[in-house]
Design a protein around this ligand. Sequence first.
Ligand SMILES: [Zn+2]
Length: 274
Amino acid sequence: MIPRNFMVKNCVESAMSTSRRGRVDDSGDAAPVGEPDLRRYARQLKLFGEEGQKRLKKATVTIAGAGGLGSVTAVYLTVAGVGRIQIVDDDVVELSNLNRQILHWEKDIGKKKAESFVDKLSQMNSEVDVVVTTRRIREDTVAGILNDSDLIVDAMDNFQTRYLLNKVALQRKIPFFYGGVYGFEGQVTTIIPGETACLRCIFPEGHQPETFPVIGATCGVIGCIQATEVVKYIVGVGGLLTNRLLIWDGLDTRMEEFVVERNPACVDCGDLDS
Ligand SMILES: [Zn+2]
């Protein structure tokens, strides 16, 4: 086993060496990390320092979908101290959501999902600005919804909306963190516009039935990977899950990954400059 101190030291060095990826605009004078935050985030400050924490605080992340994947990513991005989180969902909570959408509880049935998220997330970390968008993501609304986003988490359950998000993310050069679940299986990848394969390069035609089987723990595994990618991207540490599709097979408890490449003929990113 690798000694813990060694790992921490390596992480800090890695944070410094990769900080050029700076990711979210860190120009301007961010306020220093205050005393309460030094205590709240003490364990992660050991990994990426106050500079990383300030970057998290300045970031605006849109989570598209307040369901199973959205629940998990929203929790971990909130406790990590992302400054602003936009939750986009126009649906209401139903009893059949509760096996996987862990931010919705019995008392929330009938409420707007996005509002149920705000209720829980604001109690987890009152410093995070959680905003709600209950408009449906469509051709005519998507640009406005993503207006101020630095990053987009795909927590949708259908490919039609995912392709729309992918397209706008590419046009605006917004990093896009894809996750999908089905039954005991999940898949996840990170898309950096103009640099990596996009969703359409990987899945030229994606289909997902409207009602599909899934257990909550699958959302947990995939959502945690998405949240880890988002945090790494913002603070500028480690290597990202780009040009790789990670497949989680929960039935056999295996992870596999496949190399994916940009398709020069891709209808969505083929003519995008690197
Ligand atoms: Zn593409």
